[in-house]
Design a protein around this ligand. Structure first.
Ligand SMILES: [Zn+2]
Length: 227
């Protein structure tokens, strides 16, 4: 007889669950001893975890519709959490010299992320602006930097700050302003169920901080000026 601490064993197939529990424990042990930045997505661990999850909700993991689900999710997670393996520094390294310092705004950058509290999607638009100080980024880079921070377990507030910090630190512009507008599935399909509500977060750095006229220029360009 096994002496398993997994309470599931007491009312189900004891040996089977005990072995699964051992696998899960080794997953956690690995995670705690590995540096976060060294972790690449381990597809086998994702498969094991999804199998356990399906079992835990009482599903038959051998039925046709579910048999390939763990494998599908492991491949999908590689994509939607791929930002963990991307280096924002690399993306922001390519820069061009400019003389003037007019505000650059890239708006309506669509993003999809995963709320780290529920592992449910939140998605919407990012608007990113900066006032250059001698250098500008290639236009696609602002969208790529949003992608880096969206493709990981995330909080909208933190993501907003991370985008602003990365640009402010690497490009060293006079100022940065970032606004994210997103709908959270954890708000709309469960809990208080408020479809259509959106969460707006803003981060300012450098010359944008407490500068109402610069901020209202930003809001004006994001809101009013439509092509
Ligand atoms: Zn959530």
């Amino acid at each position: 007889m096994y002496d398993c601490v997994c309470y599931t064993c007491s009312y189900s197939d004891r040996i089977k669950y005990h072995k699964r529990f051992e696998i899960l424990q080794s997953v956690y042990a690995d995670l705690s001893t590995t540096e976060r930045s060294d972790i690449m997505i381990d597809k086998d661990k994702v498969k094991t975890a999804v199998n356990l999850l399906l079992e835990a909700i009482g599903e038959d993991t051998t039925r046709e519709g579910l048999i390939d689900t763990p494998d599908r999710i492991s491949r999908m997670y590689e994509e939607i959490f791929g930002g963990l393996d991307m280096d924002p520094k690399e993306i922001l390294a390519k820069r061009f010299t400019v003389k003037d310092s007019e505000m650059v705004v890239e708006r309506d950058i669509t993003f999809y992320s995963m709320c780290e509290h529920h592992l449910l999607p939140f998605y919407g638009k990012a608007h990113v602006a900066y006032v250059p100080d001698g250098e500008v980024l290639g236009l696609s880079k602002l969208a790529r930097i949003v992608e880096v921070y969206a493709r990981r377990p995330q909080l909208q507030e933190r993501m907003t700050n991370q985008i602003a910090d990365a640009i402010f630190k690497e490009l060293k512009p006079k100022g940065v302003m970032v606004m994210l507008e997103a709908e959270h599935m954890c708000m709309t399909m469960r809990g208080i169920k408020k479809p259509g509500s959106s969460t707006v977060t803003v981060a300012t750095r450098g010359s944008f901080v407490d500068n109402e006229s610069l901020q209202s220029t930003f809001y004006g360009r994001v809101r009013n000026f439509r092509l």
